[in-house]
Design a protein around this ligand. Sequence first.
Ligand code: SF4
Length: 140
Amino acid sequence: MKIITSACLLGYACRYDQRSKPCEAVINLSKRDGIELIPICPEELGGLPTPREPSEISGGRVISQSGKDVTQQFEKGAEAALRIAKDHGCVYAVLKARSPSCSPCGVYDGSFSGKIVDGMGITARILKENGITVLSEEEI
Ligand code: SF4
C-alpha cells in the first residue's frame, strides 16, 4: 500500500522555517512491511521557496504573514500533490496537523496568534474531495 505523506513528518527540512517535524509514528509506519510512504511538500510543489514566510488561511484565501496572497501557489501545490497521489494509486494520506496546506483537522485562524479553528488545509481538502482518506499524524 502506498500512502501519500507530508515530507516534514519524515524528517525533510521543508517547513517554512527550513526545519522538519519528524514524527515517530509516521517513521515507524514507513518501516512496516507492505507500506510505502510517498513524501510530498505541497508548498514546495507550488513553487514556494524554503525557507519562506509562514502563511495562514483567512476568508478562504491563504495569506502570508506580511500580507501576500499565496493562494495560487497553495492551490498549484495541492493539484500537484493530487496528481502524485493518483499516479501512485494512494487511497490514504497522512498529513501534518494544523498546516494551511496539509492539515486534515483544524488550521490557524489567519491572525498569526496561534488560535486554531475548524477547517482543513488546501491540499488535505482536495485529496479528500477526490476520495482519499486523509489522516493527521496525531490520528494514525
Ligand atoms: Fe510539511 Fe505540508 Fe508544510 Fe510541506 S506544506 S512543510 S509537507 S506541513
